[in-house]
Design a protein around this ligand. Structure first.
Ligand code: MG
Length: 385
């Protein structure tokens, strides 16, 4: 097992640096420090009570954004170590990648986007990736000299994993040659950022199946229609013929996770050997180099399509998402009608619709519900019929 940083791995000594100069920490390099700042941030702690797929109050054992982020970080570190990439940077990006998510998952985001655009036609709307960057650049307020966490360029570029051209052009104006640039000239981010993108997908495909079965929405037998599932189901039973129930489920998930990780490592190792980038920067102009094999891309597309049809769009999930959207819309409306309801530090920020969006985006599911109750004067969960 390789543990050395390869020439194409991000070397903290070669970082493009932070937006505000800070001297080196005595015992930690810049990427370790980024990771530690993220772990100590308020937004990170809030992930505990933010929805991944199942709304947070539906059960204690479903993934939250926090456990999802920890799973992504674990996968990212494993892959980074095997490929000779920077583990600390990979971990930092993975832990921060979902910091900008609203309460109630994607439903919350859609409602917030809609409300923000309606209240401020000049706004580009709400997008969680951009919000993750906003959290680490602006919204965390814990250091005397600057807003945000003042992370390195490499961590920030990994956190901004998608971005529309419109948003990117705006970022480029604020920070020429900065983290928006690659979405305009279509270049690649560093390898650690590429890797976290894949680790995110690998993690949620696997854990959403687990949570889907746990919730009773997915039935084990349905999974056998997936080629990837079938293969590892057969393999698990060939080795352990008596395996049933949850242990069978876990065993198949574990095999699928491992296979996807090995696939990324093997496929990327070949690509890296072929392109032989001589520095972390040399990867930016070529194709993506941390990749899954075409066969795994196709298997994973099947899993995604399956989850979309059978889990994300299941009436039991979508009914709740409609109720969640109402909560977010009504919160937005209430603060907009009476900004005095916002906490002082948000009320004074301009433009007001953006300040409201930032405040709501930062809420946990249960805080949003409590605020909704307070502002609407109703004492009944909108999720109960
Ligand atoms: Mg994620």
């Amino acid at each position: 097992m390789r543990v050395m940083l390869e020439p194409y791995g991000s070397d903290p000594a070669q970082t493009r640096g932070r937006r505000y100069f800070e001297p080196l920490a005595p015992t930690r390099d810049d990427y370790q420090r980024d990771r530690d700042r993220i772990v100590h941030s308020t937004a990170f702690r809030r992930l505990v009570y933010k929805t991944q797929v199942f709304l947070n109050h539906e059960g204690d054992l479903f993934r939250s954004r926090m456990t999802h982020s920890l799973e992504v970080a674990q996968l990212a570190r494993s892959i980074a170590r095997a490929l000779g990439l920077n583990e600390d940077l990979s971990e930092a990006i993975a832990l921060a990648h979902d910091l900008g998510h609203t309460p109630f998952g994607h439903a919350g985001q859609d409602a917030l986007d809609e409300s923000l655009r309606a209240a401020d036609p000049a706004s580009y709307g709400f997008e969680h990736n951009l919000q993750s960057l906003r959290v680490v650049d602006v919204l965390e307020q814990r250091y005397p000299e600057f807003d945000g966490l003042n992370l390195t360029f490499e961590a920030r570029e990994g956190i901004l994993k998608h971005c529309s051209r419109l948003h990117a052009a705006d970022l480029e104006l604020q920070e020429p040659g900065g983290v928006g640039r690659r979405f305009l000239d279509r270049s690649q981010p560093g390898l650690e950022a590429q890797l976290c993108n894949l680790a995110d997908e690998i993690a949620y495909n696997a854990h959403d199946i687990d949570d889907g079965v746990r919730s009773g929405i997915l039935v084990y037998e349905q999974l056998l229609a997936l080629p990837l599932w079938r293969r590892f189901h057969d393999e698990a039973l060939a080795q352990h013929p008596a395996l049933v129930g949850q242990r069978l489920l876990y065993d198949v998930i574990r095999r699928i996770l491992s296979q996807q990780v090995y696939d990324v490592i093997d496929t990327s190792a070949v690509a890296l050997l072929q392109y032989a980038p001589q520095s972390a920067d040399a990867v930016r102009d070529g194709p993506a180099l941390v990749v899954s094999s075409p066969a795994m891309v196709s298997d994973s597309a099947h899993v995604k399509a399956f989850l979309r049809t059978h889990l994300y769009r299941h009436p039991r999930v979508t009914q709740k998402t409609e109720a969640a959207k109402d909560v977010v819309r009504e919160l937005f409306r209430a603060y907009h009608a009476d900004p005095g309801q916002l906490p002082e530090d948000h009320r004074i920020r301009l433009p007001l619709p953006q300040a409201i969006a930032d405040y709501i985006a930062g809420m946990t599911d249960r805080f949003a519900l409590r605020e909704h109750e307070r502002l609407q004067g109703v004492c009944r969960s909108p999720f109960r019929a």
